[in-house]
Design a protein around this ligand. Structure first.
Ligand code: ZN
Length: 193
């Protein structure tokens, strides 16, 4: 790894910079357009499995359309993850409208994301499924750069953007930027302890 080898294609342990657009049910739900490309470490579950799998062998400049089934995307929907909560348990400052996403804390202090499905007079129906659970994810991707990972990146299992600042001084929110396509894997994150 000490040699300065420039990888010629996407393979494990390579840092990939990729432009992407994600379309679900005919609507663009996420895109790197007008923003920096997504930078991630291939082969380390930094992005959703079905997309990562489809990238092997791509070269800089290559574009690909990738369709990812829910099982390899954000999972299938689980109707048991839909629950009713009494309206009076909600703090007043929360805007109660269908589609609003909330962060809840469970009894163990874990944060859960929920989407409001329905508002009743007394009950609010919440969906704990990921908003993209059960959806086919249609990606259009273009590889814009490939480089070798550093030893430290391989050790941590994710990319460090170290040319602008000391990564380790940043708070955890920074890591979330790498997880845009991989919200399900938050608990696998390395917090630089
Ligand atoms: Zn790290």
């Amino acid at each position: 790894m000490a040699e300065n080898l420039v990888p010629t294609e996407v393979k494990d342990d390579v840092v990939v910079s990729m432009e992407y657009t994600l379309t679900v049910d005919g609507e663009i739900v996420d895109s790197s357009e007008g923003d920096d490309p997504l930078v991630f470490l291939q082969g380390h579950q930094n992005i959703i499995p079905g997309l990562e799998k489809a990238l092997y062998g791509l070269k800089v400049g290559d574009s690909k359309a990738v369709s990812v089934e829910p099982e390899e995307g954000y999972g299938i929907r689980d109707e048991e993850e839909v629950l009713e909560v009494e309206r009076k348990e909600f703090p007043e400052e929360i805007p109660l409208e269908p589609g609003v996403e909330l962060d809840l804390r469970d009894d163990n202090g874990e944060t859960l994301s929920a989407t409001i499905l329905e508002i009743g007079d007394e009950l609010i129906v919440l969906d704990l499924n990921h908003p993209l659970a059960g959806k086919v994810l249609n990606f259009e991707v273009k590889i814009v750069d490939l480089r070798e990972a550093t030893e430290e990146e391989l050790e941590h299992g994710h990319v460090h953007l170290d040319d602008e600042f000391e990564y380790d001084e940043l708070d955890e929110d920074f890591d979330d930027d790498f997880d845009e396509l991989d919200d399900d894997d938050d608990d696998k994150k390395d917090n630089h302890k």
